[in-house]
Design a protein around this ligand. Structure first.
Ligand SMILES: [Zn+2]
Length: 283
């Protein structure tokens, strides 16, 4: 199945596909193993930093190998802020790219997004392009406060409809109360479920929810019912991975074998991944 077909199935079945960000091969292998075991499609996301850390071609190659071995994975270039990075990801074999012009003017955002859509259409493969409208912050970290300006302006149904029509994107990410990152001392803000539902009804593009870490289970379930088809989870995975590694090193301060302490990080992360896979698939 292609990612486009998987999204059509998700639409039909009323569920969402998890988008898990990875920084290294331990995280990637852990998620791939669970995707195989559970026969559940997952989008693997790489931020600019993670992509550089892996090596763009190495990451694309690894996901290709895992797919040949039976893992239902797709690869997405998360938040490309410039057209060049999006084009390079398409050239490297990524299945989807996000061109993020959410801090630009509407005109600049549309122009930049159209350029990437045109490139994707001409690449000879069915690469999906996601556009972003509405600033939701840019840090996948543990935060003391909501980032300045994030989530202040929620995306209107009219703007969303116009943006998708003018750009021809396959995937669309609105600002609907979500923020990137995870608040340390409180739950993340609540989602505007009615807005999600109206935006979903206004377009054929699949809706993507960013900043999934820190959102309540109730909000997730309602958002998916309202039309969200991909949910991004990053900060929660990072936190669990680090906690597991820290625990392993604290328990065995002299341990120097990465496969031992990284395994503890992977085990801690597995819990989060499985929990999210269950929730998004309505299992
Ligand atoms: Zn994001």
């Amino acid at each position: 199945m292609t990612l486009r077909e998987s999204l059509a199935s998700a639409q039909e079945g009323g569920y969402a596909i998890p988008h898990f960000n990875v920084s290294d091969s331990t995280q990637l292998n852990t998620i791939a193993k669970l995707a195989v075991e559970r026969e559940q499609t997952v989008v693997i996301g790489a931020s600019k930093g993670a992509e550089a850390f892996f090596g763009r071609e190495v990451l694309a190659g690894m996901v290709g190998v895992l797919r040949k071995l039976g893992a239902p994975l797709f690869l997405n270039a998360d938040h490309c802020h410039d057209v060049e990075r999006a084009k390079k990801a398409i050239d490297a074999g990524f299945d989807a790219v996000i061109i993020d012009g959410s801090t630009l003017s509407m005109e600049e955002n549309i122009a930049q997004t159209r350029e990437v859509v045109a490139y994707a259409r001409g690449c000879g493969r069915d690469v999906l392009v996601e556009g972003e409208l509405g600033y939701i912050g840019s840090s996948s970290a543990l935060l003391d406060d909501i980032p300045e300006g994030a989530g202040l302006t929620l995306t209107s149904v009219e703007d969303a409809e116009m943006f998708v029509r003018d750009t021809g994107v396959d995937l669309f990410s609105p600002s609907v109360g979500n923020i990137h990152g995870m608040l340390k001392h409180s739950a993340n803000p609540k989602l505007d479920i009615e807005r999600i539902s109206m935006i979903a009804d206004s377009m054929d593009a699949s809706l993507v929810l960013h900043g999934g870490s820190g959102i309540s289970d109730e909000d997730f379930t309602a958002a998916i019912k309202a039309g969200i088809r991909i949910v991004h989870i990053n900060t929660e995975l990072r936190r669990a991975y680090r906690t597991g590694i820290e625990g392993a090193l604290t328990a065995n301060p002299d341990e120097v074998a990465p496969y031992k302490y990284l395994t503890k990080g992977a085990e801690m992360m597995e819990e989060v991944v499985e929990n999210r896979m269950n929730l998004f698939a309505n299992k």
